[in-house]
Design a protein around this ligand. Structure first.
Ligand code: FES
Length: 156
């Protein structure tokens, strides 16, 4: 096979990286992430336990951030408390970390307690975020507040 200019192309797909350079690249990416994000943030982003949708949630809100990312929270409410909460986002790893950490923070809280959680509380729980990701915490918390309000607006 040729490329149209007479150059013979290999029959096998091109491999730009051999195994060792792939491992080096993965290590470099991990080191860069570790320099930018705390261990708590990386753990929440990489191993989220509350990511997903919920059938017929008692509270629900979806917010589009100024960056264009979407955050959605789904609440189950029993006796004014939140026994179950899930989130979905199409945002970056920091946004996933915010959704995950916030969900784990408010699970079991009363609605009033959840409504009082602030973006600063979330940033503290994550051991901070880089300056260009501070807004991710605001997006997550605003969406949670709206989900609580949606439950209340439904006459509950
Ligand atoms: Fe948009 Fe995180 S980068 S919410």
């Amino acid at each position: 096979m040729t490329d149209g200019e007479g150059t013979t192309l290999p029959n096998q797909p091109l491999h730009f990286f051999d195994d060792s350079s792939q491992a080096e690249l993965a290590q470099e990416m991990a080191q860069r992430a570790a320099r930018r994000f705390s261990t708590k943030t990386l753990r929440a982003a990489l191993f989220p336990q509350h990511q997903g949708t919920m059938d017929q949630p008692d509270g629900y809100a979806r917010t589009k951030g100024e960056c264009g990312d979407l955050m959605t929270f789904y609440l189950r409410v029993e006796e004014e408390r939140i026994p179950t909460i899930t989130f979905r986002t199409d945002g970056c790893d920091a946004t996933i970390a915010c959704g995950e950490m916030l969900a784990s923070m408010v699970m079991g809280m009363s609605l009033d307690e959840a409504r009082q959680v602030t973006p600063d509380d979330l940033l503290t729980a994550l051991d901070g975020l880089p300056p260009n990701h501070i807004h991710c915490a605001g997006l997550a918390v605003k969406t949670l507040w709206d989900a609580v309000e949606s439950y209340r607006e439904n006459g509950n």
